[in-house]
Structure formats: structure tokens, C-alpha cells
Design a protein around this ligand. Structure first.
Ligand code: PLP
Length: 374
């Protein structure tokens, strides 16, 4: 017989989704109103304002998308690229690879700049690619590579793109609110993120912001954006109230937007700098505890993401069995390694509401219990 679903409450310390803050869940349980209701329209304006605060931007073209981070990645390339346009994509993990696939599928001309997994995007390699490809129009890279736990230097990479007349696309799905990101100061052109990492909200919504230069590129396209759903100019007719009312584009996930609003509000209440500092402090605590168990961190400390930690699986340990035991006995989820790191590492997230002292303690004692002799 079918019955209601009652998930076992877990502690989510994987690569996302991360623990959702109770305030966000509470907000999402409020009464659903119409997506064109004046009260909802007022909320939409607040969401855009709070997004500008969190991205540190005054970009007019700033809005959430009713779809997860992958849709924001696709929207970035779909709106900036026209068939035959050349794009340079920096790859140092899974999500850079996905960016490259987006360029291919949008009939763009792809140039890749590759770095070893577990290291940063190398600005010198990007510079060489820009010099070798003066006709490139776009540079894409991942700020916080969730597959490797590496933070790349957004400021330097965006400056290089600008110097060579390219627009930049920055994936900060895992970065936003976890590590420093200054969209305006660093001159990032298209930056996007997701709800399920350092914002402490459930998955399913993404956030995207376009600089004036990027917005102008979209306006001056010769061909329509290949995706109707992700066409920014159509989306803005719904998200931008200016110049005479909003028009229906799609039915926004109203309650998910309540959740996004509450999550962004909490970031503002706490303060963005405090949010960055919290992730750093919790990372330091985890590092100290796990080092005490003799576990090693993979990524160099100078570019390690505090919110996503790659920990080496000790010799002779079955990494999947440990994760299963953690889930079964401690209701604790951590992530497996991907690609080049499959079977060799665990990915331990400390993102948003999951970045708490009690989670650090739970993860430490649970791992100790699963790794006899430590
Ligand atoms: N980019 C990065 C860096 C990510 O970590 C993720 C998801 O983990 C995505 C893009 C895709 O986001 P989503 O799974 O919400 O579609």
C-alpha cells in the first residue's frame, strides 16, 4: 500500500544538497499565492535585491531561474553564444567539463584550457589561450570546483578575459556565501549559483546575474537564444516589473521562492563577511579534528575550499563501505570522489547550515568509529 513519505532526517555533509535551515523549510510551508499576485511581485523585487547583496553587484539583470544550477550554466552559454562563436573553457574538474559540453551543444567553437584535477585554473595558461585565440568571445570557468574542492582566482581570471575583450562566465554554485566573491569589483560578466550549497536552501532553484556588457551582448544577438525557457529577454518580461507590468512566462515555483528569499535574508542578517568567516572557522575545526585522526586533505591549503573538503581514503579502507556505515549508523551523508578521484577520496561538505560545530563533532566521531585503530 502506498503511504506518505517520511524521510529519515540526515545530516548532509556531502557535496550538496547541504542541511536546510529550519527557517527556510518553515518559509516554504507558507500558503501558496499566485505567481502574479501583487504580494508575490513584491517578494520578487526583494529576492533580486537580496541577490544583489549576496553577489555584491548592482547588476540590473539579476534573477533566479526556476531550475537547478545546471540550468544556470546552460542559460549562461545559451544567452551569450551564437552558433560559431568561440569560447574558451577552463577545465579542472567535472563542472568545467560540463561547461565545455554546453559550448559544443550550442554549436560554439570550443577551446579548452586544462589543469590537473585538484589544482587551480592556471591564469598563465588562460593568457596563452587568449593570445592564441584573439577571436574568442567568452571565457568560462568554475570558481569553486565541487568535484575537487579547489577555489580558483576569479579576480585574476575575469581581469584576463576583460583585457582580451572576452566576457566571463563564472560558476559559483558552491562558492556563493562560502568564499569571497565580488561580482562588480572583479568585473565578472555572468555569474551563477544554486540554492543547495552555502545558502542552506533545498535544491531546485538557481541564481544568475549579468553585467551591463553581458546584457548588451544578449540584446544585440543576431539569432534567437536556442532555448525558449532560458531566453533571458523572455524571462525578464516576467522578472522585471519596469515599463508596465509583468507578463506570464512560466509558473514560478512560488514556495521555492519563499525559501530562496528566507535563505538570502539570513545571509544578509548574518552579513556576507561573517558567512565567509563561519565557513573558514568550521573548516579549520574539521581540519584539526581529522588531522588528529591521521587523515590527510588533498588540496593545497592556499586554494582549498573551506566548504568542500577532499579527504584521502586511508590505504586498505573501502571508501563506499564507510559511507554506507556513516549513513546507516549515524544518518550522516558524506560524498564520494568523482572522476580522477573516484574511490580515492571522500568529499566532506561544510556548507551553509551544515557548517556548524556539532556537525564537525559528529563527522569526527562517526569517522573515528568507522575507522578502527584511529
Ligand atoms: N556547478 C557546480 C560547481 C556544481 O557543484 C553543481 C552541482 O553540484 C552544478 C554546477 C549543477 O547544479 P545542479 O546540480 O543544481 O544542477
Amino acid at each position: 500500500m502506498n503511504t506518505s513519505f517520511h524521510p529519515t532526517p540526515r545530516t548532509l555533509m556531502g557535496p550538496g544538497p547541504s542541511d536546510v535551515h529550519p527557517r527556510v523549510l518553515g518559509a516554504m510551508g507558507k500558503a501558496t499565492i499566485g505567481h502574479l499576485d501583487p504580494e508575490f511581485q513584491a517578494l520578487m523585487e526583494e529576492i533580486k535585491d537580496l541577490m544583489r547583496y549576496t553577489f555584491r553587484t548592482s547588476n540590473a539583470l539579476t534573477l533566479p531561474l526556476s531550475a537547478p544550477g545546471s540550468a544556470a550554466m546552460e542559460a549562461s552559454y545559451a544567452n551569450l553564444l551564437e552558433p560559431g562563436d568561440k569560447a574558451i573553457v577552463c577545465i579542472n574538474g567535472v563542472f568545467g567539463m560540463r561547461m565545455a559540453e554546453n559550448v559544443r551543444r550550442m554549436s560554439g567553437e570550443l577551446v579548452t584550457v586544462e589543469d590537473e584535477w585538484g589544482t587551480q585554473v592556471d591564469p598563465e595558461k588562460l593568457r596563452a589561450a587568449l593570445i592564441a585565440n584573439p577571436d574568442a568571445k567568452v571565457v568560462g570557468f568554475v570558481h569553486a570546483e565541487t568535484s575537487t574542492g579547489v577555489c580558483s582566482d576569479v579576480k585574476t581570471l575575469c581581469a584576463l578575459a576583460k583585457e582580451h575583450g572576452c566576457l566571463s562566465i563564472v560558476d559559483s554554485v558552491t562558492g556563493l556565501a562560502g568564499v569571497e566573491l565580488e561580482v562588480d569589483q572583479w568585473q565578472a560578466d555572468v555569474t551563477y549559483s544554486g540554492t543547495q550549497k552555502c545558502l542552506s536552501a533545498p535544491p531546485g532553484i538557481s541564481l544568475i546575474t549579468f553585467s551591463q556588457a553581458a546584457a548588451d551582448r544578449v540584446k544585440s544577438r543576431n539569432t534567437p537564444v536556442q532555448s525558449w525557457f532560458l531566453d533571458l529577454s523572455l524571462l525578464m518580461a516576467y522578472w522585471d516589473g519596469e515599463g508596465g507590468g509583468r507578463t506570464y512566462h512560466h509558473t514560478a515555483p512560488v514556495n521555492a521562492m519563499y525559501g530562496l528569499h528566507e535563505a538570502l535574508l539570513m545571509v544578509k542578517e548574518q552579513g556576507l563577511e561573517a558567512s565567509w568567516a563561519k565557513h573558514r572557522t568550521m573548516h579549520n575545526a574539521l581540519y584539526e579534528n581529522l588531522s588528529g585522526l591521521g587523515l590527510e586533505f588533498v588540496v593545497d591549503a592556499s586554494y582549498r575550499l573551506p566548504q568542500l573538503n577532499l579527504v584521502k581514503v586511508p590505504e586498505g579502507v573501502d571508501e563506499a563501505a564507510v559511507r554506507q556505515q556513516l549513513l546507516k549508523e549515524f544518518n550522516l551523508e558524506i560524498g564520494a570522489g568523482l572522476g580522477a578521484f573516484a574511490g580515492k577520496v571522500w568529499r566532506i561538505g561544510l556548507m551553509g547550515y551544515a557548517a556548524r560545530q556539532e556537525n564537525v563533532q559528529l563527522c569526527t566521531s562517526a569517522l573515528r568509529a568507522c575507522l578502527p585503530g584511529r
